[in-house]
Every structure is written in structure tokens, then in C-alpha cells.
Design a protein around this ligand. Structure first.
Ligand code: ATP
Length: 444
């Protein structure tokens, strides 16, 4: 994980937030390549979940909702983690994670293992951030930053059912920020207090719930494989009855082998009719499906839920590679071309040569209309290749002496380092075809 954090920092993917003020625990800002990588993850999720389907529509609900939403959903009373304080070192721990926590004394042990440790009883700590709406700071104006995007979907069930003229099975997908006041955040972006969730609620006739639950586990698993994550580093883990939320009749985590061990990347849950029934009861608005023939029922909900942050870390970890090429170390991000922040680099071999620069800039201007590409004329060609390798750019087009004679360029492949020559006029079509090709990582 240290190598990923350091590369992210060095190449401007991710910065610790508020750094000039000493930072804010587990909060990060994204630099240029981080933004591009996040955009790709977001749009490929949207493509698979909405654009390529007839049965799912999009939604963008507010972050601050009527606080009654969170009473109905059970978050006000139950969205808690058990918290323990140490009166000696003043640190806080999750009572259910003492084995994975480290106490403040050196050498570090688990909380409670030093004789000086003075732990409080566990108490329930609500993870929702509170805020005030309006100018009056009385209780009636207390509101919450949403801890998940799902509830914004449930409360819009009726709107979508009517206006999008849908009938089960159909889904509503949403991408947006969620906030949780995690007690023990950490492990880089894996557990942060502010993250971007991508959730889809799929409403189905109750008798079909089990089938769709299995379907969505497979669909989501295969999405990761399609975008190059090694299957050996992914697994499905079904929750036991004790681990599941009380309303869930099935939950499966898609786990990734992060440097911290197998951990939840994405969760897929069969939430039954719990959410729609709760909101029906608390709001007085019937959230159910009524068919043309008078058939009436509350649909069950299957939910795949993930954050961009957990995908971001998994993809960087999976792509990170080091090798020695011609006696020199090379760090390379072997990202799927569709995920890579920059699709191609355009490099004039000799930056002082005006003709090469002109040709290179011409090609850059042509490609940038359609793709995120980068022009680089700073320093030796070898160093420029290395810089692109580190940010995972799959292809580099080099303009050299031959280009001036015969209008061909060299294309270099990030993974195999193979080079071939192409007519400059064919580069755009070649790149588009290359970005569409199925890709498998050469990493073992
Ligand atoms: P965990 O057990 O790891 O706290 P969770 O089971 O509470 O996660 P869910 O409530 O199921 O998580 O949230 C759905 C998804 O949102 C998770 O699978 C994960 O991808 C993402 N997620 C949840 N909490 C965080 C967080 N603090 N930082 C980054 N991503 C998160």
C-alpha cells in the first residue's frame, strides 16, 4: 500500500487534503490523473448499469434529505458502530475490530494489551454527520449528510415508476457523495469519511428476488474482470445469517485481495421489501407496484453498492508493477486502456526540431478532440516513456526523422514494449481500434 500511496502522491493522483494546515484525517483531494481515473471508473459503471440497458434509469437525489428519511430507514437509531475510548492514550477504537487496531503506546500492541491501557465500555456511535438546515439551531433543523445514496432512490420510487413508465424488474442507479463519520478510517482511500458511491436499486417481483440477486453478483464480478482486474485477486463471499442486516435475506461481498488482506470491494444485497415498506409506513405514500390488471405488490430490492474509492485502490494495486528493462528499473501501471487516465502520449523525438514539434502538435490536436492524450517534449525520450508508464498510458506515438520523410510514426506498447510503425494519418483509427480491443494484464 505504501508504494501505491507514494506513486499516487508523486504523480499527482491523490493528495492528502488540507495539507498546508496539517491535513484532515483520512480525507483526500484528487489531482489531475486522479480525476481522470475517477471519471473513467464512473463512466464505465454508468455505461454498464444504465447506458447499455433498457431496464435501468438514472437519478441524482439531494445529499441533504428530509431527516424523516433517516428515521424511516433506521439510520438514526441503528447506523452505529460500537466505540471504545482509551483514557490513557486518548485514541478511539471500534470494539469489534480490536484485533486489527493498534494502541497509541510504543511498541504498538492491540488496545487493552498494555497494563496502562484504560478502556471504556463499548458505546454505540452514530456514523452520520449532523448539520443544521436554516438559520435556527434548534432541534427541528437538525439534518444529516447522507451516509448512502440508496435512500434517495427509494423515496423517488413512485416518481420514477410513473414518469419513466417502468414495471419490475427495473432499476434506478445513482452516483454521488456519501459521508460517514468512520471511527477508524485509514488504509488510504479504502475507508474514508467522504466517498463517492455508485449504487443501483433493482426492483423485482418477490418470487424472482433470489434469481436476480445471483444475477447481479455475477454481473458485477464480471465487470471487474472485463476491466482487467485479475480473477485470482477477486472472490465472492456470502455473509452468514448473523452477519447480515436483519432485513436482508442474502448479502454477498465481492472482495479484493488488497494489501490489507481480503476486504469488501462491493456489496450485493437482497434487501427484500424492507425499504419501500418503511417509507410507505413513515411517509403515508404507498410505494408499491400496481399492474394494469390490478395486481399489486411491494417489490423486493436487489442492491449492488460500491464506492469509486475502493475500485480506485483495487485497480491501482492490481495494475502496479515493477520490472528491470535494459538494466533500468521501470515502474508501470498496467491499467486496462479504458481505465487508464491518459490514452496516449505524443512525443517529438527531438524537441528542438521545429518540424518534428509541428507534426507532433498536429497529431496531438487531432487526437485530443476525441480522447484524453498528452503531449510531452520535456527531457530525454527514455524519461518521457517512464513518466507515461508510471501513470499507465497504454500507447505512445513518437515523431522522429522518418516521420519527416515518409509521414510514419512509431507506436510503443506500454506492456510489451513492442514498437511498430504506422502512417500518421492512420493513428486515430488505430488508437480507437486499440482502445476497443479486449485486454488482459501480463501481470502474473
Ligand atoms: P464496511 O463493512 O467496509 O464498513 P459497509 O458494509 O458498511 O462497509 P456498505 O454500507 O455496504 O459498506 O456500503 C456499500 C459500499 O460503499 C461498500 O461496498 C464500499 O465499496 C463503499 N464504502 C462504504 N464505506 C466506505 C468508506 N468509509 N470509504 C470508502 N468506501 C466505502
Amino acid at each position: 500500500m505504501d508504494k501505491i500511496v507514494s506513486l499516487s502522491r508523486r504523480r499527482g493522483f491523490v493528495f492528502p487534503s488540507s495539507e498546508i494546515y496539517g491535513g484532515l484525517g483520512s480525507t483526500y483531494d484528487y489531482g489531475h490523473y486522479g480525476v481522470l481515473l475517477k471519471n473513467n471508473i464512473r463512466s464505465l459503471w454508468f455505461e454498464a448499469m444504465v447506458q447499455e440497458r433498457d431496464d435501468i434509469v438514472a437519478l441524482d437525489s439531494a445529499i441533504i434529505l428530509n431527516p424523516k428519511v433517516w428515521e424511516a430507514s433506521g439510520h438514526v437509531s441503528g447506523f452505529t458502530d460500537p466505540l471504545i475510548d482509551c483514557r490513557t492514550c486518548k485514541l478511539r477504537f471500534r470494539a469489534d475490530q480490536l484485533e486489527q487496531s493498534h494502541c497509541g503506546r510504543k511498541p504498538s500492541k492491540h488496545p487493552g494489551e498494555w497494563k496502562e491501557c484504560d478502556l471504556t465500555e463499548a458505546r454505540q456511535f452514530n456514523l452520520m454527520f449532523q448539520t443544521q438546515v436554516g438559520a435556527l439551531e434548534d432541534e427541528s433543523s437538525t439534518a444529516y449528510l447522507r451516509p448512502e445514496t440508496a435512500q434517495g432512490i427509494f423515496i423517488n420510487f413512485k416518481n420514477v415508476l410513473q414518469l419513466a413508465r417502468r414495471k419490475p424488474p427495473f432499476g434506478i442507479a445513482q452516483i454521488g457523495k456519501s459521508f460517514r463519520n468512520e471511527i477508524t478510517p485509514g488504509n488510504f482511500l479504502f475507508r474514508v469519511r467522504e466517498f463517492e458511491q455508485m449504487e443501483m436499486e433493482y426492483f423485482v417481483p418477490p418470487a424472482e428476488a433470489e434469481r436476480w440477486y445471483r444475477y447481479w453478483i455475477d454481473e458485477r464480478f464480471n465487470w471487474y474482470v472485463k476491466y482487467g482486474v485479475r480473477e485470482s485477486q477477486l472472490r465472492k463471499r456470502e455473509h452468514s445469517a448473523e452477519e447480515r442486516s436483519h432485513y436482508s435475506s442474502g448479502t454477498t461481498d465481492i472482495e479484493y485481495l488488497y494489501p490489507i488482506g481480503w476486504s469488501e470491494l462491493e456489496g450485493v444485497a437482497n434487501r427484500g421489501d424492507f425499504d419501500l415498506k418503511q417509507h410507505t409506513e413513515h411517509s403515508g405514500t404507498k410505494l408499491e407496484f400496481v399492474g394494469d390488471d390490478g395486481e399489486r405488490y411491494t417489490p423486493y430490492v436487489i442492491e449492488p453498492a460500491v464506492s469509486i474509492e475502493r475500485i480506485f485502490v483495487a485497480m491501482l494495486v492490481d495494475a502496479y508493477d515493477e520490472e528491470v528493462v535494459a538494466d533500468r528499473d521501470r515502474t508501470v501501471l498496467r491499467l486496462h486502456p479504458a481505465i487508464a487516465p491518459v490514452k496516449a502520449a505524443i512525443l517529438p523525438l527531438i524537441p528542438r526540431n521545429g518540424d518534428m514539434v509541428e507534426k507532433a502538435r498536429g497529431l496531438y490536436d487531432e487526437l485530443r478532440k476525441r480522447h484524453i492524450v498528452e503531449y510531452d517534449d520535456g527531457g530525454q525520450i527514455g524519461r518521457r516513456y517512464r513518466r507515461q508508464d508510471e501513470i499507465g498510458t497504454p500507447f505512445a506515438f513518437t515523431i522522429d526523422d522518418h516521420t519527416l520523410d515518409d509521414d510514419t510514426v512509431t507506436v510503443r506498447d506500454r506492456d510489451s514494449l513492442a514498437q511498430e510503425r504506422l502512417p500518421i494519418g492512420a493513428v486515430r483509427a488505430w488508437l480507437e481500434e486499440a482502445l476497443e480491443r479486449p485486454w488482459r494484464t501480463p501481470k502474473a
